[in-house]
Design a protein around this ligand. Structure first.
Ligand code: GRG
Length: 294
């Protein structure tokens, strides 16, 4: 199976799993459920579920089991986007080519959507997972909680907000993005591996890959924000410069940022060496993250 066909398959099954996980708009409170579904379904590249499935495949994990952490991570991601777009944060009106949640609904609803998506993620991941020992499942819940919280994504967002208008070194920028963007991407990869038979040494190699991919994702995001159009991105382009935010492009310049993305991609490929052919999809995803146009 070629990469586009595999990717479309995972995206489809993720969409279906999200659809059944989210409460129906017909259930009370209908408007909140409607806003949750609006914010999650029918958009997004589903990069984190793709990484989760690709990592699980290395260790023989079952696709139907992998759907569960994939959904959990994607719900956390969707919540972060809804909150990130709020006027008190990035104040954006466009996401995935549609009005942002607080524009389509209202601010209070958007706040609740984020809250409810976050708890829905843990609800999904805490249900019975066939073939996964309870202790392993607890590790998975702990991994996702840590990646999402103040020592992970939420902490990275706090650093990001404090960095507006500041001069950061590349090291400080990296620290911020390892948390804000990288932590959840790393969690997606490791949760996939937890669904299969991954030994600690393999987890270490995979962790190295995930760290590189997390940063790579952000460097490419910075380049796209500077160079792509709003129409292509489906979100407001040029926001980082307009908001006076430090980015890889503003600190290093576009040429150096692209050189950095090439190096990170190579490092990601190198980290996968011990896995041979079984890591094909993870290799392809590293290339996809660099080649993406939105
Ligand atoms: C509000 C707690 C809290 C956290 C927000 C991740 C984040 C922290 C904010 C997102 C803002 C942003 C644009 C970050 C850059 C990297 C990123 C996560 C881009 C969006 O992810 P994609 O490209 O989006 O995977 P799709 O729409 O494809 O799912």
């Amino acid at each position: 199976m070629n990469f586009p066909t595999w990717m479309a398959g995972v995206q489809q099954r993720t969409e279906a799993a999200l659809e059944t996980t989210l409460p129906s708009s017909e259930l009370a409170p209908g408007r909140l459920h409607d806003a949750m579904r609006y914010s999650v379904l029918g958009g997004g590249k589903r990069v984190r579920p793709l990484l989760c499935h690709a990592a699980g495949a290395v260790f023989g994990a079952d696709s139907s089991v992998l759907d569960v952490p994939s959904v959990a991570v994607e719900l956390i991601h969707a919540y972060s986007l809804v909150h990130d777009d709020l006027p008190c944060m990035d104040d954006d009106v466009l996401r995935r080519g549609k009005p942002t949640c607080h524009v389509e609904f209202d601010e209070a609803t958007a706040l609740l959507v984020g809250d409810a998506l976050q708890t829905q993620a843990f609800n999904a991941l805490s249900k019975h997972l066939p073939g996964i020992a309870p202790a392993r499942q607890l590790d998975m819940l702990n991994l996702l909680a840590t990646a999402s919280g103040s020592r992970g994504m939420a902490g990275g967002q706090a650093i990001d907000l404090a960095a507006v208008g500041q001069q950061l070194t590349v090291g400080e920028l990296e620290f911020m993005h390892i948390h804000k963007t990288g932590a959840l991407i790393r969690a997606a990869v490791l949760l996939g591996a937890h669904c299969g038979e991954a030994l600690p040494e393999a987890m270490e190699h995979l962790g190295r890959y995930a760290n590189r991919i997390g940063l790579l994702f952000q460097v490419v995001d910075d380049i796209l924000d500077a160079e792509a159009s709003t129409a292509t991105l489906g979100k407001t382009a040029g926001k980082d410069a307009a908001a006076n935010k430090p980015t890889y492009v503003s600190i290093l310049g576009a040429r150096e940022a692209k050189a950095m993305s090439a190096k990170l991609r190579q490092d990601a490929h190198d980290a996968l060496e011990p896995f041979g052919e079984s890591a094909l999809r993870l290799h392809e995803l590293a290339d996809f993250i660099v080649a993406r146009t939105f």
